[in-house]
Design a protein around this ligand. Structure first.
Ligand code: URP
Ligand code: ZN
Ligand code: ZN
Length: 430
């Protein structure tokens, strides 16, 4: 067996309303149970502000939901879609002091996106108060321009989602976001990177001494745009943003995990059922822009990376632990309590059977989604026992901890200016 630090899923959408007010299929109970069975002991879902809402209120709602349901420990990132004066001057600074030290901003989605001035306000505030800004980097104008042209020509099937969310929209927005962070010397983490040019921009920025970080997710290693072209509406299950790309992009993302471009490997679990509560909320035959974005992956994130990364020699076991646990703990202010096995740290431990073979079917999983994009894959290596703060959480295929026994984790980051130019240059070649 291998004794590893429990996984930290640093990007997942749990009991969260989308911008079109569709509720995710997993609440803090099913989401945390599924996470625990997948070898995780901590997760960081979002408290999402929609326009007109008070940030303080959305945080309280998320805390109330998590407190009574989560079986593993959790922190909360914020999503800021309405950075009013009150948010910037009162709510956000006080929430940062209370341990909500990371927030995501969107450059796309009509109801979530904020403009450059607003992004700069948030970056500058994060720098001053010791917080991390995460960005969903896709150019909204490019996406909507392509979308309109596709729809007028009748190209509305799920596969056109991947056409509209072109890699150029992602790379352009990623470079732009890096420049905004550079302007105010603020740290920035680009989430769910799917394609090589955005990856290259992150690596270049860091090699130039900038505090720019990157995250990627299983869907960019294991799925492609062809999955969106499955029979009928099946492709809707694979619609997420950015979308899965092609085989060459998958290779570039693997390389980025290996060469230090990406620090964090998260699930971006955004669970929507394949019915009227989720993917088909707009009817049985929605056009691609009407399909709720997101794929599930909270339980398979670690087994997928272990089997295909460590098992196939693409990354080392040390890289696996850093990418799935320690780096997230460091970047998001959880180290040394989480992300490491050490005296004084929480005993958050996943015991892995590296030879255990599992053929994935949704029935084996513990989420509430009803399908998995990874159905039928055979994986080698599985977290068989999970300990959370020393308590056995999962053993022999059974959950051993109670609903609501997870603890809230306030997080604190340093507001000090970061030293420049101390990073090792990494070449993005094999
Ligand atoms: O398609 C995705 N990733 N949906 C979840 C929301 C987000 O932007 O991360
Ligand atoms: Zn996003
Ligand atoms: Zn997400």
């Amino acid at each position: 067996m291998l004794i590893l630090p429990g996984g930290i899923d640093a990007h997942c959408h749990i009991e969260q309303e989308s911008s079109t007010r569709i509720m995710t299929a997993d609440d803090f109970y099913s989401g945390s149970v599924s996470a625990a069975f997948g070898g995780n002991t901590t997760f960081l879902p979002f408290a999402a502000q929609h326009r007109g809402q008070s940030l303080r209120e959305v945080v309280e709602t998320a805390r109330d939901r998590a407190r009574v349901k989560s079986v593993i420990d959790y922190g909360l990132h914020l999503i800021i879609s309405d950075p009013t004066e009150k948010v910037l001057e009162e709510e956000l600074p006080s929430l940062i002091k209370e341990g909500y030290t990371s927030f995501k901003v969107y450059m796309t989605y009509e109801m979530l996106k904020i403009n450059d001035r607003e992004i700069l306000d948030i970056l500058a505030l994060a720098r001053k108060n010791g917080a991390m800004t995460m960005v969903h980097a896709e150019n909204n104008e490019v996406i909507t321009w392509i979308t309109e042209r596709l729809l007028t020509r009748g190209y509305d099937a799920p596969k056109f989602h991947a056409v509209s969310h072109t890699p150029i929209a992602e790379s352009q927005a990623s470079r732009h976001a890096i420049d905004l962070a550079r302007l105010v010397d603020a740290p920035l983490l680009i989430v769910h990177v799917s394609e090589p040019e955005a990856a290259r921009a992150i690596l270049d920025a860091r090699n130039n001494g900038l505090p720019i970080y990157g995250e990627t997710c299983p869907q960019y290693l294991f799925l492609t745009a062809e999955d969106l072209d499955k029979n009928g509406m099946e492709g809707a299950k694979y619609c997420c943003s950015p979308p899965p790309r092609d085989k060459e992009s998958q290779e570039a993302i693997w390389l980025g995990l290996k060469n230090g471009t990406f620090q964090v490997f998260s699930s971006d679990h955004a669970p929507y059922r394949f019915d009227e509560t989720g993917k088909l909320a707009a009817g049985p035959n929605p056009t691609f822009p009407q399909i709720a974005n997101g794929v599930p992956g909270i339980e398979l994130r670690l087994p997928l990376l272990f089997s295909e990364g460590v098992g196939k020699g693409r990354i080392s076991i040390h890289q696996f632990v850093a990418l799935t646990s320690t780096n997230a703990a460091r970047i998001y202010g959880l180290l040394p309590r989480k992300g490491t096995i050490a005296i004084g740290s929480d005993a958050d431990i996943a015991i892995w059977d590296p030879g255990k073979e599992v053929t994935v079917t949704w029935d084996l999983l513990h989420d509430n989604v009803g399908y998995t994009p990874y159905e039928g894959r055979t994986l080698t290596g599985w977290p068989v026992t999970v300990l959370s703060r020393g308590r056995v959480a999962v053993e022999d295929g059974e959950l051993k901890v109670k609903r609501g026994s997870g603890e809230f984790l306030p997080r604190y980051l340093s507001a000090a200016p970061r030293p420049r130019g101390q990073l090792l240059k990494v070449e993005a070649t094999h």
